[in-house]
Design a protein around this ligand. Sequence first.
Ligand code: ADP
Ligand code: MG
Length: 936
Amino acid sequence: LELALRLSLRLRISVTVLLGVLLALALMAVGLVIESRREVTRFIVRDLEQRNDIIYALVRGDHEMIVLYRRTENRIIRRHLMHLAQDYLNLCRVGYAAVRQGKWTDRQAQAAVRSVLLAQKIGRTGYPFVWDVTHYPPQAVWGYLDFPPRIVLAVHPKIQGEDVGYVPFVPRGAALRQGYMEYWWANPGEPEPRAKAVGLAYFAPWHWVIAASAYKSEFAFLVQPNFYRTNRLNLIQTIASLRVGRNGYAFIIDRRGRVLPHPRLAGKGRISPADVKAILTHPGRRGRLTIRRRGRRELLFWQRFSPYGWTIVTAIPRGESLGVPLATVTRTGLLVSLVVAVLFLPLLVLLVHRDVIAPLRRLARITNQVAVGDFEVDTRVTRYDDEVAELGWAVAQMAAQLEGMVVRLSQSEEGYRRLYAESHKTSQMYRSLLDASPDPIAVYDMTGHPTYLNPSFSRVFGWTLDELRGRAIPFVPEANRPETEEMIDQVRRGISFSGRETRRFTKSGQIIDVSISGATYNDPEGRPLGSVIILRDITEGRRLEKQLIQAQKMEAVGTLAGGLAHDFNNLLTGILGNLDLMARNLAPDDPLLKPIRAADKAASRAADLTGQLLTFGRRAPERFHAVSVTASVEETAQILRETVDRRITISTRLAEKLPLVLSDEAQLGQLVMNLCLNARDAVMEAMDERSADYRPEIVVQVETAEVDERYCADHHYARPGTHLCLSVIDNGTGMDVETQAHIFEPFFTTKEVGKGTGLGMSMVYGLVKQMAGWITFETEPGAGSRFDVFLPLAREHPRPEAEEFAEAGLPGGRETVLLVDDEEFVRDLGRTILTELGYRVLLAGDGAEALEVYRARGDEIDLVILDLTMPRLSGRQVMTEILKDRPGALIVISSGFSDETRESDLTSLGAAAFIPKPYRLDHLARVVRRVLDSRA
Ligand code: ADP
Ligand code: MG
């Protein structure tokens, strides 16, 4: 069909016509076949009948010949036997002549005749016999009704003289006396009676009936031996060899239903008994029948030949009967049709071409022109006024209409295109707005299935829309289901919400904190279409927030502790200074000296504690310079190895050539020591709890670490760049969550009273902060802890000159010193000490006052000791002002903590020295003297 559609019209018409012609031919042929079939059948039947008749005539001829033959044969037998009887009669006459001549008695003569006759044989089994019929037939004599003939002579001597009246043919023969007679007889030992013939003669003197008898069949040889059998066989063979038509044949069925021998009908080819029976039981003398033999149909014609009891049958295969003439008929028919078709086809094609195809082609050309927009066309396609012409006219009409339409269309198309472009642009823009959103956005339909997920959604949650199509997003943790359902319900009812915080699963199974906003969206008619949900990932924010809170907490605690310690420090300065003064003014053997020393010792310890607290609050004075962490670690490890339990392995892993950090040896040592002591406590505790094969171990490790921006984004306190990472790792008890939360807080300890102060980690924290670094830890209860301290590298910070104090005596002087401090007792202590040392002392209670005094009496003042933290004007400001007025003025900064100011900074600003609070008598004396001396 497809091929047909692709063919040109001309070809299609040609093919159609050809097919039509062929169809007509086929129909014609079928008609012919049907008609000829009937004719052929009739013809064949007639042929069969004629053949049959011929065979019938053959058989009848044979029969007539046989009948004739029989008649001749009978006459010969009859004459022969009668002749013999006559001969025997003559024999009797000869014997009787001797009796008449008196040579023999009757008895003698009869015996002679009898002996001669007994020696006679007729044919193969024939013989003479003689009856005595003296009283036969009975005369009208009363009492002699029964006088049967008696045997005078027979083949068997035993039956000599026997009465044979009971034998059926005997009375007939006795009555006849002479002549010829036939009867049915079986000799003893023979199964069936056969026709027997007898020639009779009568010898009156002795009343003898003399018979010459023989089986008739035994005379056949007289004529021609085996005549009948040969003849019959010949006949049957002849018929069997006859051929009817091309493949037909003839055969005989005898009276007992046997098909007489026929080569075609032997074995598998035999006629079925049912068919034979059908023929035999048919009441008519002739008939017709179709049978099946060897799977093929055969037409049979038969007629009976009653003298033989035969049915003569002629048969021919039905296919042949039709085939031969039909083939001829078909061939002729086809030939004629073909000739007709060949003659007419070009004519037809020509006609179709001229009247249909050519105009159609013209039409096609015109349509093509119209199609490309050329509407000025000549639409006359044919000179006839037919359908094609009408089509041409219609095309012309169409072209005109089309022209108008094209104009209108191009106008509206332009409009539509613009509209489409605009709406496309708009929808693209909305789409890209959603796509660009850094927050995940999901759009749901009314059934709760997502219809849009923006790229941020896939980035944060891992799913793409394709993966979820047709199902709900499986990201609500069980615990958050109720609130989520409430949100869904709310948005279904058209109430939007925003900033609701909950949790969601990502595709990888991670739980993240989200802030959800949602609203329904409607179609232009205001019907709800679904909902749009914005999920902001606030996990990171939450984490940073926590870090920040922690930092703020530490800061607050630091401020608190630092402030407290600062005040405390001032107090201790007072106590210690005064104790020093006291001790100085007592004789070496004064009994008060002992309690004063004890008080000094206690106050010193208090000062240590305060110092630690100050370190945590980052208010301890800093004296930082480039220091080697490795050295500190090695030193600390050495001390530890000597002091801690022998079972604990303390190992160090120190990278080679590590850079220096900005710190102070003492503080760095404290840091390492604190971490190690905690580690020791942890492993010791673990040793108590764990089995014997537990190997307590502490590792101290130092290496450089590159901190990148990503790390800093996660850890807000971190700074990028190369750092030194000091790690203390133990396999001790580890820490629970509670401990982790409070570990850096001052006075937080999990150890029993007296063992822990809770200040170790706070100091570490403060120290690390002071070094502008940070500390992190990893721990797991029962598995150990690891603390990592990140310290920035030192750039250029040479170690300050070591302060050397003369061992003997306290240096004093006569110079004038201005002591500025807002704490009265510090002022008092300072004045007492300095006065003791011989100096003249001026005092100021705050920065403003200090400036006033300095401006008024600046010339007298050789040195200013300046507290940094003061109300109104800070020490730093005062220093700047003084140096402005008088560059080169000697200023010593004294402070309990450095605030964010480092010693080096102060030095660079112009300070001559720095004295940490609480200052001791000797320290103050030495620093003041050194600074004053340095002027020269
Ligand atoms: P202290 O050691 O005096 O208790 P710290 O400030 O040094 O005080 O430590 C605070 C608490 O932190 C300790 O009591 C302990 O519970 C915990 N801690 C510190 N370091 C470790 C560590 N390495 N292993 C286990 N717990 C530790
Ligand atoms: Mg500790």
